[in-house]
Design a protein around this ligand. Structure first.
Ligand SMILES: Cc1cc2nc3c(=O)[nH]c(=O)nc-3n(C[C@H](O)[C@H](O)[C@H](O)COP(=O)(O)OP(=O)(O)OC[C@H]3O[C@@H](n4cnc5c(N)ncnc54)[C@H](O)[C@@H]3O)c2cc1C
Length: 461
């Protein structure tokens, strides 16, 4: 749902604002498609006489599936040239959806190979499959095949597993590396077309790129982070179960970013630790070197966020994301937040205040109860400095509540939006997934062009 973000790097008057860059989505898509088909093209160039249709289909599908598998590493490598424009949430969604296609292509591989033996004696096909799975020559392929099923199942049922997220992430990475190594070994050893040096070379280079993408995230990035540590300078409660944790660089300059972006935050662990979480920056770039996060107590890590002591070492991987107003043309902006989804919007509002943003702003901010409203005094003060109108929405309001009552349904949203807006406004949406889905649908139904809706999802599924 995210609009094409700006692709330049600028310095705003109020403080350095670094806008994300990245390849245009269409170019990425074309590049992805071409890469997936490239080994099939190399195989066709070999000019072998066609075998049985099932075997050719099996080889073709598994080659495409295997390039897609290796590209999964690159997709999850947090590369700005990939997700700078389309957003990390969409990149990860693509990673998840393509995992199903990969699984299908890889799963059918042995079955299509055995399929020609189904006729006239079906048991021949079963025996052939048994021989394949027992063959020492095919062992690396069989291991990769089983691991592929396992990794997808673990991904799908991640939230229901009795493991910490970090353990899942570690297993995901290790299984992925194992699949790449066993898969490539299998291809090079028995792949019908991979005897050709060009195709073999392609698989070796593609595997090396996949491993390099993994090293980028688990080795290079931590090394860079280690050389630019931060420290927690304050941690205060800002609403019911919400905390504002602020960090500053431990020497050196603070990261440049655009208001609304997020980082993977590591608090109190080694720079190489897998314990890091994505949090939006709720302070303005103009407030640097101070960088603040507004965090809701919700799980294993965030449940104890209030205990983080001043002085705790922190590492930031970022900035990421394109939930950004800077650099986008708009006659005005509607900011729609639910709960802690207000965090990046607060960062944007704080920056707009320092820049004396001249255009109208409308904030529609939903919560369950009044004590969850974040930064209410500051929001009220902002009304005097910006052309800002605010609609607070509560589903469980206190007696005498003057704001809107209920969920952010289509009716309520339409009532807030009727007096304003149009195709040349921008709409920023961040909050719980059901709220975001409903808001995005309502905006599209109102005729807001898809490209004017900018979303940030706090969960990738
Ligand atoms: C782009 C983005 C920006 C976010 N900004 C904020 C914010 O400003 N304030 C805020 O309170 N929350 C924010 N979140 C959500 C926050 O990251 C999760 O609430 C937090 O990671 C949960 O960790 P936990 O261990 O407490 O919860 P758990 O109960 O252990 O995890 C709950 C779920 O959170 C997700 N999660 C946990 N750890 C990670 C991780 N390391 N990487 C990715 N997902 C993870 C997984 O889906 C997991 O199933 C943001 C999320 C994203 C993706």
């Amino acid at each position: 749902m995210q609009k094409q973000p700006p692709a330049e790097t600028t310095a705003s008057g109020a403080g350095e604002t670094r806008l994300p860059s990245g390849l245009p989505p269409l170019m990425l898509f074309a590049f992805y498609g071409l890469l997936c088909l490239f080994p099939v093209f190399l195989a066709l160039l070999q000019g072998h006489p066609a075998r049985n249709i099932f075997r050719e289909l099996s080889s073709g599908l598994v080659m495409v599936g295997y390039v897609m598998t290796l590209l999964q590493f690159v997709l999850s490598g947090r590369f700005e040239w990939i997700s700078g424009r389309i957003g990390i949430d969409r990149t990860m969604r693509f990673h998840q959806v393509t995992a199903w296609a990969i699984l299908a292509f890889v799963l059918v591989h042995p079955f299509l190979y055995a399929a020609p033996r189904l006729y006239p004696e079906p048991m021949d096909a079963v025996n052939s499959l048994q021989r394949m799975f027992a063959s020492p020559n095919l062992r690396s392929g069989v291991i990769a095949w089983y691991l592929m099923i396992l990794i997808v199942l673990l991904g799908v049922f991640r939230d229901r597993l009795p493991f910490r997220y970090e353990l899942w992430r570690l297993s995901h990475g290790l299984f992925a590396i194992a699949i790449a190594l066993f898969g490539t070994a299998h291809t090079l050893r028995v792949g019908t077309y991979s005897a050709d040096p060009w195709l073999a070379g392609f698989w070796i280079v593609a595997t090396a790129v996949a491993v390099a993408a993994m090293l980028h995230i688990y080795l290079l990035k931590p090394l860079l982070k280690r050389s630019a540590p931060y420290r927690v300078v304050s941690n205060r409660k800002v609403a019911d179960r919400m905390w504002e944790v602020a960090v500053e660089p431990d020497g050196g300059p603070a990261m440049a970013y655009a208001a609304g972006q997020f980082v993977w935050l590591n608090l109190g662990h080694s720079a190489f630790s897998l314990t890091e979480h994505p949090f939006s920056i709720s302070s303005a770039p103009a407030e640097r070197p101070r960088i603040a996060f507004t965090i809701k107590e919700s799980g294993d890590f965030t449940g104890h966020i209030g205990d983080i002591a001043v002085g705790t070492r922190a590492y930031l991987d970022g900035p990421h994301g394109n939930f950004i107003l800077a650099g986008r043309e708009a006659k005005g902006a509607v900011l729609i937040a639910g709960g802690v989804g207000f965090a990046p919007i607060m960062g944007i509002l704080r920056q707009l205040k320092t820049e004396r943003y001249p255009h109208p702003l409308r904030l529609i901010y939903g919560n369950r109860v009044e004590s969850q409203i974040l930064y209410r005094d500051e929001i009220e003060a902002l009304k005097k400095e910006l052309d800002l109108q605010v609609h607070y929405v509560l589903s469980e309001p206190p007696p005498g509540w003057a704001g809107i009552v209920g969920e952010l349904s289509a009716d309520r949203l339409n009532a807030c939006l009727d007096a304003i807006g149009g195709g040349d406004w921008l709409y920023f949406v961040c909050g719980p997934a059901p709220m975001m889905n409903s808001v995005e649908r309502t905006l599209l139904d109102r005729g807001v062009p898809r490209g004017r809706i900018v979303s940030e999802r706090f969960k990738y599924d």
